[in-house]
Design a protein around this ligand. Structure first.
Ligand SMILES: *Cc1c(COP(=O)(O)O)cnc(C)c1O
Ligand SMILES: [Zn+2]
Length: 441
């Protein structure tokens, strides 16, 4: 294969580095890196030729093409040999028409992309398959790595631990103690990772893992490492593919560290540059009001995001005050005529319950996206016939505590307007009949 990808400075400084090199910042300016593809080589195929190839591979059993990520390998990480790929057939997740929930909001063309229906239960699998594959490839060619490590709000660590275990690599995860769900904590434990619970928040864990990487003690698996972005960018490509290569009007994305927002843009940019699409959807970055540094900057008309101390939110995976990929996300918002909106704890809790009542099973982050959608519909920004996609970032089953607390009216500061607690009865036929009659008369 003649296709190539290398690391470059995101701000445009000189220099390029192989993707197998453990380098996370530009040596000149200290800023973020990005993966740059040889677009001239890729452009030798036309847009329709690419989409035909991607369609032929979609959900195929032939290794590694059944993966939604590796089915687009030339655009993602072209030089990794088949044998080095660590994949658990991530991606190719369902995009479903949210008919009843949409009707409640007055929308006829609302879709939810269920990225949480994946190996470790979140979209983080999309990026992790790429990062772990590159590391395995580099290690097999002599790179010395004591351990691969990440700071996490729960889903990155679950994905890294799973893919690392599949590859046989040593994994270290740094977690903010008491700030992730039980399911998220158990995942890396089950996969044999070294789990370090630190008495701090995500930003505190991130500062330590960055230093571990700088001092070459670990290989860094956070999305500061642009390898993750390359895998995650397939989500936008996949959405367009699932609409038979038509571009929706809006994409709403719950965001914290802002890597995924920039990944979404990277996918759309590549599709446009390679003749697959001719316009972008509008991007909506959805933040929890308690962890909203990008929202604050955007409201103030600023393009520099000032770090804040994030307050507690039910949407624990996006409880981040100092987003590493802020400059990348700002570029994405500018290019995609985007906007930033926020949701309060009350709004996200009710949005989750409302959506669940139409058959979804919504994690609190997806609920931030849905709450923001509800706002943008009611203020007329999103029109009733606009084709709108809300990205569901994780599986609701990882967040049982959130749902139990809601239905038990036990979330501090939140009124459980749509709670549905169980009716507890003795084993008495008459009382069962009464209970049914009372609910459905
Ligand atoms: C990681 C994560 C996010 C946020 O993604 P960023 O790239 O950090 O913005 C949102 N939802 C869930 C469930 C996540 O795990
Ligand atoms: Zn630079």
């Amino acid at each position: 294969m003649a296709y190539r990808a290398t690391f470059r400075c995101f701000q445009g400084c000189d220099g390029s580095w192989p993707v197998t090199q453990p380098i996370y910042t530009c040596p000149t300016c200290g800023g973020l890196l990005e993966v740059v593809h040889d677009l001239a080589a890729l452009a030798e195929r036309t847009g329709p030729q690419w989409t035909k190839l991607f369609d032929e591979r979609y959900k195929l059993n032939k290794w590694p093409y059944g993966s939604g990520v590796w089915g687009k390998r030339e655009w993602v990480m072209p030089e990794i040999p088949d044998d080095d790929i660590v994949s658990m057939y991530e991606g190719s997740t369902n995009l479903f028409w949210a008919e009843r929930y949409g009707q409640e909001l007055g929308l006829s063309d609302l879709w939810v992309k269920l990225c949480g229906n994946s190996h470790s239960g979140s979209f983080k699998d999309l990026g992790m398959t790429v990062l772990v594959s590159v590391v395995r490839s580099a290690v097999r060619r002599g790179l010395q790595v004591k351990a691969v490590a990440c700071a996490s709000t729960g889903d990155t660590s679950a994905a890294l631990a799973a893919y690392g275990a599949a590859a046989g690599l040593p994994i270290v995860v740094l977690l903010p103690r008491g700030k992730i769900s039980t399911a998220q904590l158990v995942q890396p434990l089950a996969h044999g990772a070294l789990v370090l619970g630190l008495d701090t928040d995500f930003d505190g864990c991130m500062a330590i893992v960055k230093r571990l990487a700088q001092e070459n003690i670990v290989y860094l698996a956070n999305s500061m490492n642009p390898l993750r972005i390359e895998g995650q960018k397939t989500v936008g490509i996949e959405v367009v593919q699932q609409f038979e290569w038509e571009v929706p009007d809006w994409i709403i994305l719950p965001s914290g560290n802002l890597g995924n927002a920039s990944a979404l843009y990277a996918g759309f940019k590549m599709m446009r540059e390679l003749g697959v699409i001719s316009r972008f959807p509008r991007l909506v970055v959805a933040q929890a009001e308690n962890a909203n540094p990008l929202y604050r900057a955007w409201q103030a008309g600023k393009r520099e995001v000032e770090p804040i101390v994030a307050k507690q939110t039910q949407a624990t995976a996006i409880q981040i005050g100092n987003p590493v990929s802020a400059p990348r996300a700002v570029r994405a918002l500018e290019a995609m005529n985007g906007l930033v909106e926020q949701a309060s704890e009350q709004e996200l809790a009710d949005a989750a319950a409302r959506a669940d009542r139409t058959g979804m099973y919504t994690c609190p982050h997806t609920a931030v996206g849905l709450a923001v959608l509800e706002k943008l519909v009611s203020n007329g920004t999103i029109g009733s016939r606009d084709r709108t996609v809300c990205i569901s970032t994780a599986n609701g089953l990882k967040f049982t505590e959130f749902k139990v607390a809601y239905h038990e009216s036990a979330i501090a500061g939140v009124t459980s307007n749509l709670k549905n607690p169980p009716v507890l009865l003795p084993p008495d036929f008459g009382q069962v009949v009464d209970a049914i009659g009372k609910r459905f008369d």
